[in-house]
Design a protein around this ligand. Structure first.
Ligand code: FAD
Length: 411
């Protein structure tokens, strides 16, 4: 007998949407370009900390479908220089209270990170970084190979591999979080504060009046603005090009991949710049792995197969137990890389256009921290002290913040 119940009628009701779908207004006090983690966090803190709610977040695709959806969610603050340590540690402290602040689960799991050292130079650099971290009040330890094996028993610490493990830095407070929950949590709070999140709305150009931008041209019409806050990650240089502003940003594909679902085997996060891979295990059980950027520039969100192949070879060298695991899927995002592996945050030659970009392979961990500091910068029209060292002018003055050692493969 055929059922009289229409297909799908027995399914539970669709859950309430977490944010509205408003039509764009004619004008806003602040237009944030980019509905990834940074744009949404900036929107949330503009409302929460500064009472600024006449704000639109314009997203060319779907909410948080860019790098926010594609990253491997590693969170840590063990960067070398004082300037980086300050912003990343501020961010880590916000992560520690974020679930309460957003009133939304984000599955933040502080399971620690090991950054392996394989050469004498690695060891010297790593010990230096541990000392620098401690001076900045960041939890950091130097561990020998035996201690590494105690924390992560499946790492191959034997002498008979090509790059034997000589030790590791360890940051116990580092961890992972569920990236899409983080985006939804920020979006939900921004929306509740009255901020308009507008998807399928690409900014294609700017309406310029002297040294000010008075509006953005979008695929859904022109929108007037008091201030423009760019949070467009890998597409920032394309947007600034429309204003004739040159930046030293290069856009690269960055790949990641996951294995099939496994029982819990990997209790922490392990990274290796020299062997060139990093691994954690997601809450669901997939091993999450990645490495450095694909070497060429591009905007296609796919990477070269050879890069993935090398990552797998590196992973199996460090973790022989992975040799039998199947690769489930791989993907790529487009990351914006600067010459000193540090971000660009602050003013542009246009008085009311502020930029937040250049987080390259490591901006997920910065999401609450930069949202907080960028919102403050936008609200007061001057760089917050946490972002002041990351001004665009540093590429003219030479005051670079070189974080290649802490950022290499280590996201
Ligand atoms: C594979 C991979 C692994 C990574 N792993 C880590 C990690 O483990 N830890 C870590 O800290 N970081 C990691 N990152 C880096 C991190 O994802 C990024 O630095 C961070 O997400 C950038 O900020 P965002 O979330 O705002 O970017 P995005 O989510 O990319 O947001 C930018 C948004 O701007 C939108 N946009 C672009 N142009 C326009 C336009 N013209 N108009 C309107 N909207 C526009 C895009 O569609 C996009 O949604 C990784 C990145 C990748 C790709």
């Amino acid at each position: 007998m055929t059922s009289t119940v229409p297909p799908g009628a027995a399914l539970p009701e669709h859950p309430d949407f977490l944010w509205r779908t408003p039509e764009p207004k004619k004008t806003y006090d602040v237009v944030i370009v980019g509905g990834g983690g940074h744009g949404l966090a900036t929107a949330h803190y503009l409302a929460q900390k500064h009472g600024i709610t006449n704000v639109a977040v314009l997203e060319r695709g779907w909410l948080a479908g860019g790098n926010m959806a594609r990253n491997t969610t590693l969170i840590r603050s063990n960067y070398l220089w004082d300037e980086s340590a300050a912003i990343y540690e501020h961010s880590l402290k916000l992560w520690e209270g974020l679930e309460d602040d957003l009133g939304y689960p984000i599955l933040f799991s502080q399971r620690g990170v090991l950054n392996l050292a394989h050469t004498e130079q690695d060891v010297r650099d790593s010990v230096r970084r541990v000392e620098a971290n401690r001076l900045n009040g960041i939890d950091a330890e130097w561990l020998g190979p035996d201690e590494v094996a105690k924390i992560c028993p499946i790492v191959n610490v034997s002498d008979d591999i090509r790059y034997p493990v000589q030790g590791a830095t360890y940051q116990p407070r580092a961890g992972i979080a569920k990236h899409d929950y983080v985006a939804w949590g920020f979006a939900r709070r921004a929306d509740a504060a009255g901020i308009d999140i507008i998807q399928n709305c690409q900014v294609t150009d700017f309406v310029v009046d002297g040294d000010r931008v008075t509006g953005v041209r979008t695929t859904r019409g022109d929108i007037g603005c008091g201030t423009v806050a760019l949070c467009a990650a890998g597409h920032t240089s394309v947007l600034l090009d429309r204003l004739g502003v040159r930046t030293p940003l290069q856009s690269h594909p960055l790949q990641a991949l996951v294995s099939e679902l496994l029982e819990p085997v990997h209790p922490t996060i392990v990274m290796s710049n020299a062997v060139h891979v990093y691994v954690s295990q997601a809450h669901k059980g997939e091993l999450v792995m990645g490495a450095g950027v694909d070497g060429y520039n591009g905007y296609g969100r796919r990477g070269a197969f050879g890069v993935i192949e090398r990552q797998m070879a590196a992973a199996v060298e460090l973790f022989p137990v992975f040799a039998r695991a199947h690769l489930l899927r791989s993907w790529a995002g487009i990351v914006d890389v600067t010459p000193d592996a540090s971000p660009i945050v602050g003013h542009t030659p246009y008085e009311n256009v502020l930029v937040n970009a250049g987080w390259g392979t490591g901006g997920f961990k910065a999401t609450p921290g930069i949202g907080w500091a960028f919102a403050d910068t936008v609200a007061h029209g001057r760089p917050h002290p946490l972002v002041a060292p990351f001004a665009l002018e540093r590429f003219v003055t030479g005051a670079l913040v070189d974080e290649h050692g802490a950022a290499g493969v280590a996201h």
